[in-house]
Design a protein around this ligand. Sequence first.
Ligand SMILES: NC(=O)c1ccc[n+]([C@@H]2O[C@H](COP(=O)([O-])OP(=O)(O)OC[C@H]3O[C@@H](n4cnc5c(N)ncnc54)[C@H](OP(=O)(O)O)[C@@H]3O)[C@@H](O)[C@H]2O)c1
Length: 441
Amino acid sequence: MDPHSAMKTPSHSDRPIGLALLGCGTVGSGLLDIVTGHSERLAASSGGEFQVIAIVVRCLDKERDPVVRTELLTTDASSLIDDPRVDIVVELMGGIEPARTLVMQALRAGKAVVTANKAIIARFGPEFQAAAEQSGGSLHYEAAAAGAIPVVKVVAEALRGNQINELMGIVNGTCNYILTEMTQSGAPLSQALSNAQRLGYAEADPSSDIGGEDAAYKLTLLARLAFGARVDIDAVHCEGIDSVSAEDISRAQSLGYVVKLLAVGRRQSKGLDVRVHPTLVPAEHPLAAVHGAFNAVYLQGDSSGPLMLYGQGAGRAATASAVAADVIDAARAIRSNGDTSGPISGFTETLPVLPIDDSLSRYYICLKVADEPGVLAAVANVFGEHQVSVASCLQEGQGATPVDLIFVTHTVRHGALMAALAEIGSLSTVVSVAATMRVLR
Ligand SMILES: NC(=O)c1ccc[n+]([C@@H]2O[C@H](COP(=O)([O-])OP(=O)(O)OC[C@H]3O[C@@H](n4cnc5c(N)ncnc54)[C@H](OP(=O)(O)O)[C@@H]3O)[C@@H](O)[C@H]2O)c1
């Protein structure tokens, strides 16, 4: 492959749209399945043919899926991006660098960029968008939010006539698989995680999934689109599922709830409430019925009312389907000289992200306490001093120490609850604050 071999290019109407693939692992191979296996359908929906100009990988000698034409492989991403035959750069490497630099290079060169990389969109999306607007390039990232689910298009386009007031997502399939397994079999988190790794639902290093970071990336880019506001990833409050126990899950079930890792964005009068955390979801809520590695996003528009999108959040074919849709969109725009700007169309709101202490929620709390008279009164007294109103309380176990005291609160400020729990944790009769989880509605 000589990336410089064609310095003069005919117009888009009489030549195929040139694709450069940066990365060809799980998703890249899935995209090639579609581009090579369904070329006629792709050409029909995008107004012409595609040609893969070259494929950037890290290691040229690695054994590849048969769909990968090895003569197209290169390690020289920068030259490929500058090749005038390349119209669309598809970034499927993952990670921050070199993906960030290469995406920026392509956008500055006025190319269309399609990416499935939530980390770079969450961190640098607004910079990329500005570069695209300056050069006439475009940025597309449907696959970065929830795999096959077309949530970016729905939020950015189909719901344009609405003010979106709330979005809630199960956007990490690994965590949802683990929580489902813990719910159904009573397995501890470590065992459910091992099963997820054995079945390919979790990475060897699952920290970004389990710790909630992956969901926070997706929430960041969805919240920008839904609320038209500048949401900085570092302002997104993030709690993972690492401290969720099978005991809490079973107790939540007996109270009528299912535990889910939710990514939540809410428009409040003074700003945006954006956070990721394990949540007790009422069993009758549509999100409670999302099991296994599936994803779902629940949206509330002022005119549309509630709607939920459901589907596969990851996987070779599922993710590639979203990438292919972006490639088609980009190609159609290039061929028609239409608007190629992609889903972010500028920030219209100046709503800040509110401090987490000001966020409002109901809470489930489990305290390990001494089984002595007066303990409940002492705890209730501290809650009262901090304006934490308790909706229900139950004690589990008797005679043994410690016993479990379970509270569900009414809606309370996060900061007030944390202050109360810090004080409660220091009471001599309280062994520990064993669990604190938000309760949806
Ligand atoms: N997998 C999913 O289900 C899924 C779902 C949603 C979104 N995504 C996103 O899609 C993107 C790709 O994921 P994936 O699962 O396909 O990853 P992957 O299987 O690990 O493939 C990554 C590809 O990028 C190449 N690459 C990585 N670093 C490189 C570098 N520095 N220089 C040149 N090539 C490099 C690798 O080359 P070699 O082949 O030579 O190693 C490989 O071909 C990521 O952003 C991911 O977050 C994935």
